[in-house]
Design a protein around this ligand. Structure first.
Ligand SMILES: Cc1cc2nc3c(=O)[nH]c(=O)nc-3n(C[C@H](O)[C@H](O)[C@H](O)COP(=O)(O)OP(=O)(O)OC[C@H]3O[C@@H](n4cnc5c(N)ncnc54)[C@H](O)[C@@H]3O)c2cc1C
Length: 436
């Protein structure tokens, strides 16, 4: 029996204002300085930088540019690392942990500066983010983290105790939380479309619907086979992240695609919106399988996202899970219609860190672990400088060894539903321990 539809459409809400489009076909230039695989934020940012420096460069995308994660995401300019500050400190020591946070700050500023100087119209608003704590102990840790960010990195961040929470979010579900004001929200589809506009104007050639099928090293650099023909490139940059396929087998063994899904509510009244999201902030929470959510740029809907453990098709269960999460926070939305529900792939690697790395001469810019709105343009730009030998501009704490291979993994993430279940179990244990 066909499943009952839960949302009106299964395409991104963002595509209403910024539909992804195929590009006009471009003639294939047979000899290039750089061939880029993937034309999401990372590939375009790299291509733009290389083209402006006078390199002959083309980006190839298997789909319409942006059709991957770059026009599907939540638009939260997080630029954070999946591990919290305490875990990073435990794993890398305090200095490295702070260097990683500090680079997030620089990368965010780089993005904001880019939006302003290039005149990128993408509804960016530096509204801040509230992160909800699931228990009072987690709140204490968040308060300490906020204090460290403020003291050591001069980021405006502060704790919000439970009694003041309603000034930030219309729920009593959390036990307080923390705010940081260096994070905001943009329209991801418009951002990608504008980045594409600027990149094309800078003479980057973009080949849409042109998958790269093989990359082979030869005397002059690389022979790159694409659906439109073969090109000879001196250098190759792979920016395929959560959509990596057999053209990049080395990366595919190291990068697990995981679905993330977002639902959009119908338009809510101005009253409801100002009660539920009084400051129009971005929102996240301290659960492993936590939700991320935000008002739409026009402030009329809630866009509510989280992990999706499905692997094939477009089943309704993940939409229902999000809907339940939304209603658990905001019971008054129980009867609210959903207009959109869509998913995209984020790329997870074993240590959950973005990076640039080189293997057999090919450079990779990847591993954004669901935080690529800030990281992908930043790492893509650093990777472009690395290819050009600009040591100083290429400098980043994320240029290091390749991520470790995932044991027994060749591109079919059969184990992800179990991993996600495991996270769910950890959340239930944390919930129970929180003694709310
Ligand atoms: C639902 C969802 C919500 C998210 N929310 C946020 C958020 O709020 N904040 C945040 O910071 N990040 C978020 N992210 C993550 C963010 O969207 C990504 O990290 C970022 O878009 C990655 O950009 P990219 O350029 O590396 O990859 P993508 O935009 O995914 O582009 C990769 C491209 O590579 C192409 N490709 C793959 N293989 C080939 C091949 N062989 N030949 C040619 N082309 C190929 C694909 O077609 C694709 O277009 C979210 C992601 C999703 C899916």
């Amino acid at each position: 029996m066909p499943e009952t539809k839960v949302a009106d459409k299964n395409t991104p809400y963002w595509w209403e204002a910024a539909p992804v489009k195929p590009l006009p076909e471009q003639p294939l230039v047979r000899t290039l300085d750089v061939a880029i695989v993937g034309a999401g934020y990372a590939g375009l940012a790299a291509g733009l930088t290389l083209a402006r420096a006078g390199r002959s460069v083309a980006a190839f995308d298997a789909m319409s540019p942006g059709e991957g994660a770059s026009s599907r995401n939540g638009g939260i300019t997080s630029g954070t690392i999946r591990h919290d500050q305490a875990t990073l400190t435990r794993r890398f020591g305090e200095d490295k942990a702070l260097a990683i946070e500090a680079e997030g700050k620089v990368a965010r500023e780089f993005l904001y500066d880019f939006l302003a100087t290039e005149g990128i119209a993408c509804d960016f608003r530096p509204v801040g983010i509230f992160k909800g704590a699931i228990g009072f102990r987690q709140y204490d840790a968040m308060a300490r983290g906020a204090e460290t960010l403020a003291r050591k990195l001069k980021i405006e961040s502060y704790a919000v105790p439970h009694r003041e929470q309603r000034g930030f979010i219309g729920t009593d579900f959390y036990r307080g939380g923390a705010v940081r004001m260096d994070i905001g929200g943009l329209h991801p589809g418009k951002f990608h479309a504008e980045l594409l506009r600027v990149a094309l104007a800078s003479d980057l050639t973009v080949h849409a619907h042109t998958p790269v099928t093989a990359i082979e090293r030869n005397v002059g650099g690389f022979r790159v086979t694409t659906a439109a023909g073969t090109v000879q490139a001196r250098q190759v940059l792979v920016c395929t992240n959560g959509y990596t396929d057999g053209a990049a087998p080395y990366l595919r063994r190291r990068m697990v695609p995981v679905r993330s899904r977002i639902i959009a509510t119908e338009e809510l009244s101005a009253d409801t919106m100002s009660r539920l999201m009084p400051r129009q902030m971005m929102m996240s929470e301290g659960r492993q399988l936590g939700f991320y959510y935000r008002p739409s740029p026009d402030g009329r809907r809630i866009l509510f996202g989280g992990r999706d453990s499905s692997r094939v098709g477009d089943p309704v269960a993940p939409t229902l899970r999000l809907r339940n999460g939304l209603v658990e926070l905001f019971p008054e939305l129980e009867k609210t219609r959903l207009t959109h529900s869509w998913f995209g792939n984020v790329a997870m690697n074993r240590d959950m860190l973005p990076r640039i790395f080189e293997k057999d001469g090919v450079v990779y810019a990847t591993g954004f672990c669901g935080s690529g709105v800030v990281w992908a343009p930043w790492i893509g730009t650093r990777a472009a400088h690395k290819l050009m030998g600009h040591t100083e501009q290429a400098d980043t704490a994320f240029d290091f060894r390749p991520p470790a291979a995932v044991p027994l993994y060749r591109g079919n993430p059969w184990f992800m539903p179990a991993v996600i279940k495991g996270y769910g179990l950890q959340d239930r244990i944390a919930w129970w321990r929180a003694k709310r």
